[in-house]
Design a protein around this ligand. Sequence first.
Ligand code: C5P
Length: 232
Amino acid sequence: LSFALLVPAAGSGERLGAKRPKALLEIAGIPLVVRAVRPFLSFPECTEVLVAAPREYLNELEIVTSGLSDKRVRVILGGTTRQDSVGLALAALESECNAVMVHDAARPLVSRDLIAGILAEFKDDVTAVLPGLPVTDTLKLVREQSNDVERTLPRDRIYTVQTPQMIRLEPFRAAHRKAKAAGFIASDDVALIEAYEKGTVRVLQGDEQNFKITTPTDLERARSILAAATIV
Ligand code: C5P
């Protein structure tokens, strides 16, 4: 089993209030995108790494990722939505692989254990595997506009999901083509499999530390976790 890693890193980071793209923000001198990619490079199953960058920062992302000193890593031009960036990365694949892992540049605290867990769970009977965390709050489905409660959702079957999401290559390619033709934009990668392809999409236990950096508070949280861990 082999996989290519696709890293959407072409977002602007507007919600962080930073001028630079989120992927280039640093924790203890190391950019988020470098932290997000590094744990994958120790896996021999990883054949290639494609980082999708915003046009104005292609050069800078190339410089930063060259610090990883790994020939498998390449930077490509990203798109206007995250899904476009992933689609462009799919189109740019050069290596032979059976699957991809899609991992946000904005999740710098992904662990090798989580990646190994996903690989181990990616058996013949699944089309995709992704990490998720059970929700702790009660969830209400509300009506549009009025915000009146329609019903309460079954909490014990609801997960908030993360990346890396591992997906078989051919069904993922087919689903991307169909979504593009239909103008469908999903909020995560496996949703395209759910919408257009058959096959099981399996959630395994995620990792609290593998949160996505969206706000300045998230960045502070990641900084303090890394400071406490004394690893750089
Ligand atoms: O904005 P959000 O946090 O949802 O972005 C998730 C990931 O998708 C980030 O790593 C971001 O860089 C990436 N992205 C992208 N292309 C876009 C928008 C977001 O690669 N057009």
